[in-house]
Design a binder for this molecule. Structure first.
Ligand SMILES: [Zn+2]
Length: 627
């Protein structure tokens, strides 16, 4: 988005009047931080509306900017009243003016533009009184800040093949199980993280403890807002080459809803971004880096970017050399169609186009995401204050954020979150900050064998690293399996094969080394527990024990038997008959149940039982359907 303007007055060196420009579609009605007056490159002043930016609306000049005047957004005083240059009744009352408005008083009040929701007016200082009792929503737009133009830092070095393998391994290592585990506490145990609640303090304590446990230099960055003692939570890993050069990964921790004091789970907004910051720290904290990384969870974002404004202004005042800011806000809500990741930055002031390029390239290359590049300048989250203080900053947000049905609602809970998208956006930002800060790491190898008790090779065992993006493996005829490029860290390895007990093993990978494991899989069902009285050798197995689509059922009938295989739900109702009643059944039968009702509709998620029924006897096995 380009704002056409002339420089003058406070900014324009040449004394030319400043054009105030605007595009249709003033502001989203639900948060003050969507709109503001912004000084643009070369000193122009622009009104950055939300909707207007979305549609890339036409740009027009609406005023000559007057630094001494008040600029206010008003809704709902009716537009017609303002367009007539009259004071809304409420304002007249607020100004203690009875009866017909006095023309004198109106002088200086200018109606500038409206999108039917809100109107922008310019008022002389003398009319500040109307702010006290507006009879509708009034928001004074703060004066635009003088911005010190900083030169964009150099883009990171090109990625070589070995690096590409390393960055792919890092991307794969991001773990969705760990992300959900964070929200078990932050979004489920804690019912709210509204900025002024004790629960928000507990959430800050949780993040601090995580940072400390990772060996980061962790601390609270305190500030006061509306009489509340609040804090941002910061974890730092210092660079070894130039510790003064700083790269930030951040997201706000606080949440909001109409019942903020008691119920604001904020899973998507912004538990998802906070957990992503924690996961990036888990992936990178133990590794050396050339430059310094700050992991930050901000407070009071929903109150108007208060925590990040505090941090950015302090950083600018102290002259911190922040080279790039990667902000994550709402990164786990997904709709099947369209793009996945929305990347936005700034084209004016300190441009962050190079940073958007980096994040977009990493998202497409290492996380297989479809990226939407927002054409307008960033708005509405914690990347904005950094930009305004002259630091390159970008936002990662899921592409359908504006369709999220539980935005700022009490229903913003974890069951809306898409594990894969969340993990992929987290991975994208972890790779981006690792490249920027030049994290030093090398991949390791994980290999091993799947064997039977007593040592025989066991082929065709499916192996996966829980919660990660690493591709599954299947052990070879000799039981061998290998992952060649695993990012250093600790993983949960699971080995599964039909008719065998599932094996779970914790493995630690070290860069440049090979970790070898031997996994012994016990055959399932040899014990009496599974046998049908009178037909001791019947075996019933199901695989896997949690399914999305098909469940494989294996029935071993060493002796002739008469019976059927059925599936029951937790409510005891019959939902499927993989094998109808039959006599003279014998031998091994492998059947598939498609987790659908007889009418073809999918059965809901939940617990189910496969049961082999004979006259008077039955055995059953439990499994889970996940949707
Ligand atoms: Zn948010």
């Amino acid at each position: 988005m380009v704002f056409l303007a002339l420089a003058a007055g406070i900014a324009g060196a040449d004394g030319e009047p400043i054009a105030l420009v605007w595009s249709p579609g003033l502001a989203s009605p639900d948060s003050p931080d969507w709109v503001g007056l912004h000084r643009l490159a070369g000193g122009q002043i622009g009104l950055l509306p939300e909707a207007g930016m979305r549609e890339g609306g036409e740009i027009r000049q609406i005023d000559t900017y007057d630094p001494d005047a008040l600029y206010m957004l008003i809704s709902p005083p009716d537009r017609a009243t303002l367009e007539r240059g009259e004071l809304p009744v409420q304002w007249a009352r607020a100004l203690g003016i009875d009866g017909a408005p006095d023309a004198g008083v109106l002088r200086g009040l200018r109606f500038l533009c409206s999108d039917g929701v809100q109107s922008l007016v310019r008022l002389p200082e003398s009319l500040r009184g109307v702010l006290r009792e507006p009879g509708g929503r009034v928001q004074e737009l703060p004066r635009p800040r003088e911005v010190e133009l900083r030169t964009a830092p150099p883009a990171p070095p090109p990625v070589g093949a070995r690096d590409a393998e390393l960055w792919q391994a890092l991307a794969n290592a991001a773990n969705s199980d760990r992300l959900f585990a964070d929200l078990d506490y932050l979004s489920t145990t804690l019912q709210t993280r509204y900025y002024s609640t004790p629960e928000m303090d507990l959430a800050c304590e949780y993040v601090l403890a995580e940072f400390e446990a990772l060996g980061l230099t962790a601390y609270f960055d305190p500030f006061t807002y509306h009489g509340h003692e609040l804090k941002n939570v910061v974890g730092v890993t210092l660079g070894s080459v130039d510790p003064a050069q700083i790269y930030i990964v951040c997201g706000h921790l606080d949440s909001i809803s109409p019942e903020g004091e008691t119920l604001a789970p904020g899973a998507e907004d912004n538990g998802s971004g906070s957990a992503a910051v924690l996961e990036a720290a888990r992936l990178l904290a133990s590794l050396p880096c050339d430059y310094t990384i700050y992991f930050i969870c901000f407070s009071a974002e929903e109150q108007g970017l208060v925590g990040s404004e505090h941090f950015a202004s302090q950083a600018a005042a102290e002259g911190l050399d922040i080279r790039a800011v990667l902000n994550l806000d709402m990164v786990a809500y997904h709709e099947p169609q369209g793009d996945d990741l929305w990347v936005e930055g700034f084209y004016d002031g300190v441009p962050s186009v190079w940073l958007m390029d980096l994040v977009q390239a990493n998202a497409e290359t290492y996380a297989d995401l479809l990226v939407y590049r927002y054409e307008g300048n960033g708005w509405g989250s914690d990347h904005v204050p950094f930009h305004e203080y002259g630091y390159p900053a970008v936002l990662s947000i899921d592409n359908e954020w504006y369709n999220y049905p539980c935005y700022h609602q009490t229903c913003d809970t974890v069951d809306w979150l898409d594990a894969n998208l969340w993990r992929s956006i987290t991975a994208t930002n972890a790779v981006s900050v690792a490249q920027l800060a030049q994290v030093q790491a090398s991949v390791g190898t994980l290999d091993g064998k799947t064997v039977l008790p007593g040592g025989g090779d066991l082929a065709d065992v499916s192996l996966h690293l829980v919660g990660t993006g690493y591709a599954e493996r299947t052990s070879a005829a000799d039981g061998y399996f290998v992952w060649n490029a695993i990012f250093p860290g600790t993983y949960t390895l699971v080995a599964e094969k039909l008719a065998y007990e599932t094996v779970t093993e914790e493995v630690t990978i070290t860069g440049g080394e090979t970790t070898t494991v031997e996994l012994v899989l016990e055959p399932v069902g040899s014990d009496v527990a599974d046998a049908v009285p009178g037909n001791p050798h019947v075996r019933l197995q199901i695989m896997p024990s949690s399914v999305v689509d098909d469940v494989a059922i294996r029935l071993d009938l060493p002796a002739p038997a008469e019976g059927r295989l059925v599936v029951y739900g937790a409510d005891g109702r019959l939902v499927g008959t993989p094998l109808r009643w039959a006599a003279h059944l014998q031998g091994a039968h492998t059947l598939t149940w498609r987790t659908r009702h007889t009418d073809g509709t999918l059965v809901p998620a939940g617990l189910y039982w496969v049961r082999w029924e004979e006259v008077g006897h039955s055995i059953s096995k439990r499994f889970v359907v996940v949707r």
